[in-house]
Design a protein around this ligand. Structure first.
Ligand code: HEC
Ligand code: HEC
Ligand code: HEC
Ligand code: HEC
Ligand code: HEC
Length: 251
């Protein structure tokens, strides 16, 4: 019998004295308004991977970080992932891409539902799940917010990595050899990775690139060296005419 128990975590230094705890972007309690522990919610209990990752989003993000994709079980013959006119061999499992993507697929807001290849090549097609009952644009359903500055607002914290959609593991001839070097990963710049996990339509993606300076095919080095500079904050930053808070009609 498998009994899911809430996962516990502790933050500790591997080397040196000080550590910075991971920022709180969402809280498990917010997720649990739908993913109730007793199974009576509109969505199943938040327990994944054989009942041993349970109701603790700070544990999910250890693995579901920007470098993580579904390459371990993906075959060259699996359908490609598409954002606008960009086509990728893999699905990002970065927690924001995954969780935005899942819920936006259930409402039909995304033009293409998120499909991830899971354990033992099982196909996880978010387009087949129950419809998200809330208002998708209401970011604070999941996000931490003090009414003035919410974790859903721009700019992102400095140092947020670009999100990988191609680990360079699938060769042109169709063989898979898992490439474990993150420096050659093809990345989506970080703000575009957030917004495109819901806004995946062609013109929206083109807008992010043309007006916003985003890239859907770059490397972490290019981001670190400032060769790709996202300008989203100029128009979507706090207080701006098209601020993330205003356009999603949050208070
Ligand atoms: C307003 C309700 C609501 C909230 C809040 C919500 N979800 Fe969901 N979620 C859903 C629904 C509905 C589904 C589809 C359930 C199904 O068909 O199995 C879903 C599916 C999922 C899935 C796919 C696997 C599964 O368990 O079905 C994951 C993972 C998930 N949600 C994570 C989260 C996380 C993490 C949060 C908080 C940051 C969250 N959800 C908040 C409604 C919600
Ligand atoms: C120890 C690492 C690890 C942790 C912790 C973890 N995951 Fe995963 N998760 C993975 C990997 C690797 C995959 C991709 C393929 C697979 O299933 O092995 C994945 C796949 C998924 C998928 C895609 C569908 C599926 O079932 O394969 C969802 C949804 C998911 N994880 C949600 C979560 C949530 C929510 C949490 C926290 C409660 C979590 N994961 C914690 C490693 C992890
Ligand atoms: C169903 C739950 C859910 C909803 C609704 C949601 N988000 Fe998120 N969002 C997440 C999760 C989960 C993460 C990743 C959390 C983490 O990294 O700890 C995230 C991450 C983000 C981040 C990155 C924050 C950071 O510091 O890395 C931004 C920005 C963001 N979301 C914007 C939005 C916006 C804008 C909306 C509303 C239009 C929205 N989100 C709605 C679940 C949600
Ligand atoms: C969780 C999914 C989600 C995320 C993440 C998200 N949005 Fe939205 N966004 C929506 C929804 C839903 C609407 C409302 C669309 C409607 O009412 O037709 C919307 C509306 C908008 C609008 C108003 C224009 C319109 O089409 O109605 C703008 C501008 C916008 N979003 C920008 C952004 C930006 C910038 C980001 C990234 C920082 C972002 N969004 C992230 C779901 C999301
Ligand atoms: C020069 C100002 C400007 C910049 C820079 C900018 N945007 Fe926008 N964006 C807009 C305007 C104006 C709209 C249309 C808003 C509306 O319909 O209310 C928009 C709309 C959007 C939408 C919603 C599209 C839709 O049609 O629903 C998204 C998503 C978005 N922007 C993301 C981004 C991202 C990501 C960046 C940075 C990579 C960015 N924008 C940079 C001005 C800008």
């Amino acid at each position: 019998m498998r009994v899911p128990v809430r996962s516990a975590f502790r933050i500790f230094p591997i080397a040196g004295a000080a550590v910075t705890p991971q920022r709180a972007v969402v809280t498990p309690e917010k997720c649990q308004s739908c993913h109730r522990s007793d199974g009576t919610g509109v969505a199943p209990q938040l327990v994944l991977h054989g009942n041993n990752r349970t109701e603790e989003t700070q544990v999910c993000v250890m693995c579901h970080n920007p470098n993580n994709t579904d390459i371990v079980y993906r075959l060259p013959t699996d359908p490609k992932v598409r954002l606008g006119r960009y086509s990728f061999p893999e699905q990002s499992l970065d927690f924001k891409s995954l969780v935005h993507g899942i819920h936006a697929s259930t409402t039909g807001f995304r033009t293409r539902p998120l499909v991830a290849i899971g354990f033992n090549h099982s196909i996880f097609d978010a387009g087949t799940l129950e419809e998200y009952p809330g208002k998708l644009r209401n970011c604070v359903t999941c996000h931490v917010d003090n009414g003035r500055r919410g974790s859903f607002e721009l700019p992102l914290k400095a140092g947020v990595l670009g999100t990988t959609f191609d680990t360079r593991s699938i060769s042109p001839t169709g063989t898979v050899a898992i490439d474990m070097d993150p420096t050659n990963d093809r990345k989506v710049s970080p703000t575009a990775a957030v917004c495109s996990s819901c806004h995946d339509e062609g013109e929206e993606i083109d807008h992010m690139v043309r007006e916003g300076g985003a890239s859907f095919d770059t490397t972490q080095l290019a981001l670190d060296q400032g060769l790709v500079v996202e300008r989203c904050v100029r128009c979507h930053g706090p207080g701006r005419d098209k601020s993330v808070r205003k356009v999603h009609e949050i208070r």
